[in-house]
Design a protein around this ligand. Structure first.
Ligand code: 4AD
Ligand code: MG
Length: 479
């Protein structure tokens, strides 16, 4: 058996009683040819391994370099030095993998920037920042399942490959095995997709919602949590071509029930991470505070990361209608001084600058906006009696803008069909979706939380490429 190690996190919390322990990890630093700072990713803290002068071969000591991996066995003793309670006095050290410091990318820059670390995303896990981020990401994913499990929701695995465009926005990646250089063609010269793998045009899913609705129409409360794909050419700090989305779908819910669930869900997730990842959050809060110091005073946020998270847990979200939101924007000093780049009027699809004005400047807290114009929203949203708006809800949060998009669904068959025809959604192909409205339709609602947007909010990171291990963005699919 090789894996006899105890994790660094556990050892740091263990009372030292001269017990023999084995640790394995990567060298962060080696001081005075005696003190190894060893990290194994269980925490950002390192365990000090003391190799006594004269006790080890010079040839071995030379190989203890930053990035090298090793196994050390020794006794756990109270630390002689400052900064740690325990240390390991090594009696054996075995190098598992050498690491040439002259070539090790993490050693080549003094304080590597986040941009540089994106170029070496395969190694950035080894930095404190990314160690903290990916432990938080894990916790957040776990908390999501825990929340829904406690509420009795079923985790439904909706397909990754689909033939439908759930959002109707036409931003899909084609899935095909047809040879690009010599595709089968129909008589009129167009490509014959009946010859393709699935015998039809298929794409990577943009959302699991439609299939989620099918599940909710029997299991009553389901959620999906999986990767979704969007071929939108948005090269922003908030968009990915491949991102993870959580989509609960609930029978017997109206829009208000939907908002209540979304709000308590977000609060629960933040609370969970604050409880279980305190150390990592404090590290990230510190990182953010340093980053903020570089900014001009006016652009700095009023609260630190932890304060902001506590604030969200303790305060109810503001709830306003789209019409109210537009009125606030039209009355705003920013609008009057022509500070907005994009125009404001009833009917616009609010831009990030508008959403951020509402949450950061006006309300200074998360805001749920409801009742959007039907023309800027998807076909499946429930039509309001005014004939102009739909029962949509977006949740906007400081620093990010939209984090959740959802709605009550149109459960009335005639209304849904009419809207689909108006929006040129292929009604015949969607027979299976419409069947739910034919056979025991019920009021229902759901929403989608962008997992990486939630990660941005919780970690205080500002670029979405830094909260997913291997970001996929336009012109970038390295690793
Ligand atoms: O608002 P969206 O497009 O809504 C849906 O897909 C619905 N089917 C959800 C539902 O009702 N079940 O996307 C939902 C959320 C957004 O609010 C945002 O947080 C995130 O997904 N999102 C993205 N995150 C990263 N990169 C992108 N390109 C994103 N597009 C949407
Ligand atoms: Mg949206």
């Amino acid at each position: 058996m090789f894996n006899t190690r105890v994790k660094v996190k556990e050892l740091l919390a263990t009372a030292p009683e001269n017990q023999e322990v084995t640790v394995m990890g990567w060298v962060r630093s080696f001081r005075n040819n005696q003190f190894i700072a060893l990290n194994d990713g269980s925490t950002n803290n390192t365990l000090q391994i003391v190799v006594e002068l004269g006790a080890f071969d010079e040839s071995l000591l030379k190989r203890i370099t930053p990035g090298a991996s090793l196994k050390a066995t020794g006794t756990l003793i109270p630390s002689q030095g400052k900064g740690q309670k325990v240390e390991v006095k090594a009696h054996s050290v075995e190098i598992l993998g050498d690491c040439d410091p002259e070539k090790y990318p993490l050693q080549l820059r003094n304080r590597p920037s986040l941009e540089y670390l994106r170029e070496i995303a395969h190694l950035r896990f080894r930095t404190n920042t990314f160690g903290a981020i990916f432990r938080v990401r894990h916790s957040l994913a776990f908390a999501i399942h825990k929340f829904f499990n406690e509420k009795g929701f079923a985790y439904l695995h909706t397909p990754i490959i689909t033939a439908s465009d759930a959002e109707g926005a036409g931003e899909m990646f084609r899935v095909s095995t047809i040879p690009f250089d010599n595709p089968p063609r129909k008589d009129d010269g167009s490509i014959d997709f009946s010859e393709d793998f699935f015998g039809r045009v298929t794409n990577l899913t943009v959302s699991g919602q439609l299939e989620g609705e099918l599940g909710a129409m029997a299991l009553s409360e389901i959620y999906t949590f999986g990767p979704t794909f969007r071929a939108e050419n948005s090269n922003t700090a908030r968009h990915l071509a491949e991102f993870w989305m959580i989509e609960p779908e609930m029978a017997f819910y109206d829009l208000e029930d939907n908002m209540d669930l979304a709000e308590s869900f977000i609060r629960y997730l933040i609370q969970y991470v604050m409880e279980h990842n305190r150390e990592d959050l404090e590290f990230l809060a510190q990182r953010l505070a340093e980053e903020e110091k570089q900014k001009p005073q006016a652009e700095r946020s009023e609260m630190g990361l932890i304060e902001k998270l506590e604030f969200v847990v303790n305060n109810r979200f503001e709830r306003i209608s789209y019409t109210e939101a537009i009125d606030i924007l039209l009355q705003s000093p920013a609008y009057k001084k022509k500070k907005f780049q994009y125009e404001v009027n009833w009917g616009i699809d609010m831009q990030s600058e508008h959403e951020r004005y509402l949450v950061e400047k006006h309300f200074k807290k998360p805001v749920i906006v409801t009742g959007y114009p039907k023309d800027i929203k998807a076909f499946y949203m429930r039509q309001n009696d005014d004939g102009k708006t739909v029962a949509a809800m977006d949740i906007l949060v400081p620093g990010i803008g939209e984090i959740v998009g959802g709605s009550q669904r149109e459960e009335r068959l005639e209304k849904l069909e009419a809207r689909m025809k108006e929006m040129h959604i292929p009604v015949e192909e969607m027979w299976w979706y419409l069947d739910t409205r034919r056979f025991g339709s019920v009021p229902h609602a759901g929403f989608g939380l962008g997992f990486e947007r939630m990660m941005l909010f919780v970690t205080g990171m500002t670029n979405i490429r830094d909260v997913i291990a291997f970001p996929r963005t336009p012109k970038n699919a390295e690793f």
